[in-house]
Design a protein around this ligand. Structure first.
Ligand SMILES: [Zn+2]
Length: 234
């Protein structure tokens, strides 16, 4: 953090930190006033200005640091948490919020999410549209089937994780509840095989997979997986 030693604000802050701040706020130069409320927290560690355990970032590096905090396009909460672990300057939190709100990629993503939520209206009756997914729990695999209408959940274990066992389990479930018009599944190989397409043809239901670009479109099954895991861990 050599930039701290060339930044004029940091240089003055170092002087104040070493020699003590003026006792009156009125004697603090205007450009250092944003640091005044935090002055008791600002200290030097091996020549480096810190606020608590967070490195003080000079103005010339703040934009770059904002970008780094937003790597992976995490939301405001995650970005703020990252900052709280590592770095600080006056107004960090507000600037992070502004940045995330202005980020084009994030805006695009939340719009897509809203559109998808709106494009999956409740089907008119139970067991018309059903979602299925496979999840792992303590070295075993399970298939979870959830009805969009009633949110009813059915779970079966899958000893060998193959299309054959997946189809077998679904046949048992369909025998009890009927064949849905539409089955939405994840992109797992058990659902992607030609055997699974044959099963769909045979039983006469439409098979839709959640596209990898919008994994949340199988949100119904993923919610069910979370519910089941919560139940299993009790
Ligand atoms: Zn973003």
């Amino acid at each position: 953090m050599d930039v701290q030693s060339t930044d004029s604000v940091c240089k003055q802050l170092k002087t104040f930190t070493e020699n003590g701040w003026p006792s009156n706020r009125r004697n603090v130069p205007e450009h250092l006033l944003p640091f005044w409320p935090e002055r008791t927290d600002i200290h030097l560690a091996e020549g480096l200005l810190l606020k608590g355990k967070r490195i003080l970032i000079p103005a010339c590096m703040q934009t770059e640091m904002l970008d780094r905090l937003h790597e992976g396009h995490q939301g405001v909460t995650k970005c703020v948490a990252r900052a709280q672990e590592s770095l600080w300057w006056p107004g960090t939190t507000r600037q992070i919020k502004d940045m995330v709100e202005r980020c084009e990629i994030c805006c695009q993503f939340s719009q897509t999410k809203t559109e998808l939520l709106m494009s999956t209206p409740l089907p008119p009756r139970p067991w018309q549209k059903v979602a299925a997914d496979i999840f792992q729990w303590k070295n075993s695999h399970y298939i979870v089937v959830v009805d969009y209408f009633s949110r009813y959940i059915e779970v079966a274990n899958l000893p060998p994780l193959t299309t054959a066992t997946t189809v077998k389990r679904l046949k048992v479930i369909f025998a009890r509840f009927g064949v849905p018009e539409c089955l939405v599944t994840g992109n797992g190989p058990q659902f992607a095989s030609s055997d699974f397409s044959l099963f769909a043809q045979d039983y006469g239901f439409q098979h839709a997979t959640s596209s990898p670009r919008y994994p949340q479109s199988n949100g119904e099954a993923e919610r069910a997986v979370r519910t089941v895991k919560q139940l299993l861990s009790k």
